[in-house]
Ligand binder design. Structure first.
Ligand code: NAD
Length: 498
């Protein structure tokens, strides 16, 4: 069986003393194994990134950006290969994998702006013959730790921007979906990225802890579940590193009584069940304002679910693939059982889904609960599966209070035809990314991505302007070139330009 290894200093490295199964979720069987890096291998990756840093930091930003232009082209040329690997390990349908990759490529396009992004700020004559400027210097060796659900996009949120800012990088992808991420690194070398600037170590807690404990690693970007995000943030900060840790979510969509229901239902189908609900910006909760909206949503979503095609991601025309692993399938199914036990109405039960062609993977059909209440576990917890809960409220204020009381604050949206209601909602809601008639308001690459509350630990979001700030350190230089040779008197007052 193939063992997916590591990529250090531009070369494949085995270190497969410890390995773990990688599944094809549509088959329900392990098709590969992934090597779990030892502390020694991670230390070698750190050494490789450290050795590459001095020359890379001195490489002009325009030259770094040119590599990114070539990289974008290589990603496009290899899109089918990359997406086949994503679908084979994650299970999402190929068109969805293409969407993910395209979003990742947009982050590479943003990284191509490096010379513009790193221009700094300049002020002439801040005092007599004194000029001052701020420049943005790289941090050094930076690490990124990524989740299974976007094996191409989330790594591309991180390392292209980090390296065009002059850093060198160690990426630790999810052990569930390692292969496409490894190919991303091979293509970067092909694009001209010097060996050691980007290193990939596959692994688990041992690899992550080695990165967190290394004094060489200056900063850590993490994306994953909230408990791990919080522990990585705490441990990394205690070790004096800069850390941004993006966590889990439970995103609510509010449907107002005046909403265009046809369009809202179409949008909700994609947002709730796309990628089998395994997206941090998925919509697992719809908040119906008024019982008429609740009844109409339950009825129309039921009709749509009967048409949704569930099956292998490789088969064109399928809307939803399987869950990522058997363990995750058990967990999500357990939540559906729990919802029934807690008294919610299971309007559509996807537990015994039949998949065309008799595929035997980790498939779960779309599930729809109505009359879900805030104390239920299916409402509180991030399920990360194809389970949509309808919660009924009587006013927009009640919807806002409900959303604000939830521990997560990643994304939300409102469906309405009323501009005033939309403005009221976007102004008040305590959530980082908000859509108005847009179900998945994932910011484009030249904005930044970040939730509020327990969906983000740290001050800066991912990619875009926040990413540039995260991957650089400001240095401000104040410079004077006296024009006369006259010796000046010592001055004991604090300098000002009065
Ligand atoms: P996860 O937290 O299990 O794993 C994420 C990464 O952390 C992986 O690389 C994994 O190997 C590593 N890891 C796992 N346990 C660890 C431990 N004990 N110590 C150190 N490292 C550990 O998350 P996942 O299941 O891969 O991904 C799904 C989660 O990610 C969901 O909660 C989802 O909401 C979240 N997510 C968030 C965003 C966002 O931008 N906020 C984006 C995508 C996914």
């Amino acid at each position: 069986m193939t063992i997916v290894g590591h990529f250090i200093n531009g070369q494949h490295v085995a270190d497969d003393q410890r390995t773990q199964e990688v599944f094809d979720p549509a088959l329900g069987t392990a098709t590969k194994r992934v090597a779990l890096a030892s502390a020694a291998t991670v230390t070698a990756a750190i050494a490789s990134a450290e050795a590459a840093f001095p020359a890379w930091r001195q490489t002009p930003p325009a030259k770094r950006a040119r590599i990114m232009f070539r990289y974008k082209q290589l990603l496009e040329d290899n899109a089918e290969r990359l997406c086949a690997l994503i679908t084979a390990e994650h299970g999402k349908v190929l068109s969805d994998a293409m969407g993910e990759l395209q979003r990742g490529i947009e982050n590479v396009e943003y990284a191509c702006y490096a010379p513009e992004l790193l221009k700094g700020e300049h002020s002439k004559n801040v005092g007599p013959a004194i000029d001052s400027w701020s420049e943005f210097q790289p941090l050094g060796v930076v690490a990124g730790i990524t989740p299974f659900n976007f094996p191409a996009m989330v790594p591309l949120w991180m390392w292209p921007l980090a390296v065009v800012c002059g850093n060198t990088f160690i990426l630790k992808p999810s052990e569930k979906t390692p292969s496409s991420t490894l190919l991303l690194a091979e293509l970067a070398l092909q694009a001209g990225l010097p060996p050691g600037v980007l290193n990939v170590v596959n692994g688990d807690k041992e690899a992550v802890d080695t990165l967190l404990d290394s004094p060489v690693v200056q900063a850590v970007s993490f994306v994953g579940s909230t408990p791990i995000a919080e522990s990585i943030y705490t441990r990394g900060c205690a070790a004096g590193k800069r850390v941004q840790a993006l966590g889990g979510a439970k995103n609510h969509a509010v449907v107002m009584p005046d909403a265009d229901l046809d369009n809202a239902v179409s949008a909700l189908m994609g947002a709730a069940y796309g990628s089998c609900g395994e997206r941090c910006m998925a919509i697992p909760v719809v908040v119906a304002v008024g019982d008429a909206a609740g009844d109409a949503l339950a009825q129309r979503l039921t009709a749509e679910l009967s048409r949704m095609k569930v099956g292998p991601g490789t088969v064109a025309g399928n809307d939803m693939g399987p869950l990522v692993t058997g363990a995750h399938w058990e967990k999500v199914r357990g939540y559906v059982d729990a919802g029934v036990g807690e008294g919610a109405t299971l309007v559509v039960d996807g537990r015994n889904v039949q998949v065309a062609g008799g595929a035997e993977g980790f498939f779960l059909g779309g599930c729809l609960f109505d009359r879900v209440t805030p104390e239920m576990s299916i409402y509180r917890d991030e399920i990360f599966g194809p389970v949509l809960c309808i919660v009924r409220v009587q006013s927009l204020d009640e919807a806002i209070a409900l959303i604000d009381a939830h521990e997560y604050g990643n994304g939300t949206c409102i469906f309405t035809r009323d501009g005033e209601a939309a403005r009221y909602f976007t102004d008040r809601i305590k959530v980082g990314m908000v859509g108005v008639n847009v179900p998945l308001p994932v910011p484009v690459a030249f904005h930044s991505f970040g939730g509020w509350k327990r969906s983000l630990f740290g001050d800066l979001g991912a990619y875009g302007p926040d990413g540039v700030r995260f991957y650089t350190r400001r240095k401000t230089i104040t410079q004077r070139w006296p024009s006369s040779g006259v010796r000046e008197q010592a001055v004991f007052t604090f300098p000002s330009n009065q």
